[in-house]
Design a protein around this ligand. Structure first.
Ligand code: TMP
Ligand code: MG
Length: 296
């Protein structure tokens, strides 16, 4: 396996049980691309956490950084991040304790955004030059999935309209990509007036997953899951007859403090790794061709 996927030896990789990871990957390889689906988070999983020493924006922050938002609103959104982000990543709090705070954060942020009367036609321009960056290796990632018709389901607690613009800007909004996120709704003048549907925050993705996934991907019983928050671990809950699940977690921030929790829950943990090298290597191995002798 190490010969086939040398990327698993990268210094950024940690695994609780290497043997188990190898078994899961072998099983997935045996069934090939036609049995596979990829379920991924977006912010800080498909996008970079940092680039050249600077933090990269989340979809909410992209909006924040544009001239579509007033200075007053920016100050308020920054205050929200300063207050709630430490709660989101606090390893001493349980998910149950965090949820009410997350709901409050998202509702307050969305209220602020709606007050700004954002026009749909301005979004594409706003995203250009916003500093949003998909992780290194994204072209290969999207290309392999597209070529093999592997569905990519993106579950994001970010802003769907912005997320779409980011992947359109990178040229990878392919037909096999489905997005479940917080989308804005627009009035007859194209001005954002509310957010549609149930709110998705970082710790309730499971509910959306249960409702949404099966209709696109029935009979794909092997899942490669990518996330960066412990709230992303449940994203495969909606998959029927799940056979093999491999969960890869990006540990971007507060590495020492959170290592134990990540290594005990994700199968593969990628520490401060700004690339898609490991997911790409695994995808290449799985899709390289059914019948390839595994582990050689
Ligand atoms: P996700 O990556 O789990 O989909 O969650 C989206 C991220 O967005 C989460 O880490 C918190 C972040 N966020 C902001 O940066 N600004 C905001 O205003 C809100 C509500 C969330
Ligand atoms: Mg994320």
């Amino acid at each position: 396996m190490l010969k086939m996927i040398p990327e698993l030896n990268k210094a950024t990789v940690r695994m609780r049980d290497r043997g188990q990871v190898e078994t899961i990957i072998r099983n997935m390889q045996r069934e090939g691309a036609s049995a596979l689906q990829v379920i991924s988070d977006f912010d800080m999983t498909l996008t970079r956490f940092a680039h050249k020493g600077k933090r990269c924006p989340t979809t909410h922050n992209i909006l924040h950084n544009t001239n579509l938002i007033s200075e007053e609103c920016k100050a308020k959104m920054s205050n929200l991040v300063a207050h709630y982000y430490p709660i989101e990543i606090d390893s001493s709090k349980s998910v149950e304790e965090k949820i009410p705070h997350m709901v409050e954060w998202w509702m307050r942020a969305h209220d602020l955004l709606i007050q700004q009367k954002i026009k749909k036609v301005q979004l594409a321009q706003a995203v250009k030059g916003s500093g949003a960056k998909l992780r290194e290796g994204y072209k290969s990632f999207f290309k392999v999935l597209k070529q093999n018709s592997v569905p990519l389901l993106i579950f994001s607690a970010g802003v769907g309209d912005i997320l779409e613009e980011v992947i359109i800007e990178h040229g990878v909004f392919d037909p096999n990509v489905r997005i479940f996120s917080n989308y804005m709704d627009y009035d007859e003048n194209g001005v954002a007036c509310t957010f549609k549907g149930e709110l998705i925050h970082s710790f309730n993705k499971k509910e959306g997953a249960l409702q949404n996934t099966h209709q696109f991907v029935h009979d794909r019983t092997n899942v490669l899951l990518l996330g960066d928050s412990l709230g992303d671990l449940d994203m495969a809950e909606g998959v029927q007859d799940l056979k093999n699940l491999l969960r890869i977690g990006y540990l971007n921030d507060k590495v020492e403090e959170r290592r134990e929790a990540y290594v005990s829950s994700y199968d593969i943990v990628l520490e401060e790794d700004e690339t898609l090298d490991v997911p790409n290597a695994i995808l290449n191995y799985i899709t390289a061709g059914e019948g390839t002798s595994p582990g050689q």
